[in-house]
Design a protein around this ligand. Structure first.
Ligand code: AMP
Ligand code: MG
Length: 413
């Protein structure tokens, strides 16, 4: 479906939004579950809803080191109570607290039956087994109630959730040893280009190291998928065809880099037409225009451009969401923020652009500055950047101070 801004796109190119929609529609989540100990579940996607079978906390306990009291007793005894015992975390007070009594209590320890309030130890003076309380005290201070965090019967995690440290900790707090997760998807990838060499080879004039495979390997691992590296393939149609078929037979998704454009050594799109099907080719995105998407025997295929920055941009914007969907993860929206531009931008419209840029704090005010080198072969500006500025296809200029859409790479700048 064409969007309303399509009229401003370069002819023959589809919009990023349309590409996102088509990829989304073409991908069906793979849902092969397996049971794994929670220790091995980092970055896995839950395949079951998790329902709490107990309350957390399980009992009334103290959130402070202090003294457990019955609030009404304080008035009756002029804030002076007799110390009758101790409640430790894991070893509750076993006696009975009577009117006029209090119990020494530590963080996480169960409150004695008669107590309803904990007074922090800093508000207390102790003499001859008697405790004098000072300062403001409210009924229920420093008490944690059963089920205050999680109630038995609550669904605490849904299938489709990615498991990080917090989720794994939550599973452990519910006493879950193992859970059902989806098995990692296998993502096969290769590079194509006669000029590409392995890292241990000596480069001749015009040759360069195949860096894209290392980038892809890292990006695929980072999302919790299993990379299958099929190597560097020359610009040879027969070898490329064999590799594509082999890739589709051994994986759940295939990615190539290079050879996706219109040059005489670019074979990816015509080959995909022959052995699979092309959904779209060429996008109104900068960098990353010559991108082909389709499938080979129902295995999704992404033919990315060869330039290293185009690989990073198209992976982040289009491939990563597609792979996470394939993995069974519930889709989320990529975080973006609106930030004032530190300097004006002039550009030729027609493609949605992802400008490498730096988010900076200037006198505690956040602003964003595009980096000077934006060529799709310039890796160093990708390293200097901590975000992309997203400029819409129709836009030809942006003024200094104007709010722009920014995709931060990380939480630290
Ligand atoms: P292509 O998309 O094949 O036309 O390649 C575009 C540019 O990206 C060329 O300058 C290539 O040399 C470069 N390139 C292609 N593949 C790789 C790769 N795997 N690693 C580094 N650079 C590459
Ligand atoms: Mg090439």
């Amino acid at each position: 479906m064409a969007d309303t801004t399509d009229f401003c796109l370069k002819p023959g190119l589809i919009s990023v939004t349309e590409a996102e929609t088509r990829i989304h529609e073409a991908i069906t989540p793979l849902q092969h579950a397996q049971i794994l100990p929670i220790k091995h579940c980092l970055n896995r996607i839950l395949a079951q809803d998790i329902t709490a079978t107990s309350n957390i906390p399980s009992d009334c306990n103290s959130s402070m080191d202090g003294y457990a009291v019955a609030f009404n007793d304080l008035c009756d005894h002029q804030n002076r109570l007799r110390l009758c015992g101790t409640s430790w975390a894991g070893k509750p007070y076993s006696g009975v607290m009577k009117p006029g009594d209090c119990v020494r209590i530590f963080t996480g320890a169960i409150l004695p039956q008669a107590a309803d309030t904990v007074i922090m130890q800093e508000q207390v003076t102790q003499t001859d087994g008697m405790i004098q309380f000072n300062g403001q005290i409210q009924h229920g201070d420093n008490v944690r109630y059963p089920g205050e965090d999680i109630k038995s019967g609550d669904t605490v995690l849904n299938a489709g959730t990615k498991l990080g440290g917090a989720e794994i900790g939550l599973l452990a707090s519910l006493g879950m040893v193992s859970v059902q997760v989806y098995r990692p998807i296998r993502v096969a990838f290769f590079s194509t280009g006669d000029e590409l060499r392995g890292l241990t080879e000596t480069l001749q004039s015009g040759q360069l190291y195949d860096s894209n495979r290392y980038t892809l390997n890292a990006l695929i691992e980072q999302i919790g998928a299993a990379p299958i590296d099929l190597g560097t393939i020359p610009d040879d149609p027969q070898q490329l065809q064999d590799t594509l078929i082999n890739a589709a037979e051994s994986s759940d998704a295939v990615i190539s880099t290079g050879g996706a454009s219109v040059g005489d050594a670019d074979f990816i799109e015509p080959l995909l037409k022959d052995i699979g099907s092309v959904d779209f080719w060429k996008l109104a995105i900068k960098p990353g225009k010559p991108l082909v998407f389709g499938n080979i025997r129902n295995i999704p295929f992404f033919g990315l451009p060869g330039n290293p920055v185009s690989v990073l941009v198209t992976f982040m914007i289009l491939v990563r969401p597609a792979l996470t969907r394939l993995m069974g993860q519930t889709p989320g929206q990529m975080l973006h923020i609106e930030v004032p531009l530190a300097q004006s931008i002039q550009r030729s419209p027609g493609r949605q652009e992802y400008l490498r840029a730096q988010l900076n704090y200037d006198n505690n005010q956040l602003n964003v500055k595009p980096l000077p080198f934006q060529g799709s072969h310039i890796m160093h500006s990708m390293i200097q950047a901590n975000c992309f500025i997203v400029v819409e296809a129709h836009c030809s200029s942006l003024a200094q101070g104007q709010l722009v859409k920014v995709l931060p790479f990380d939480t630290e700048i």
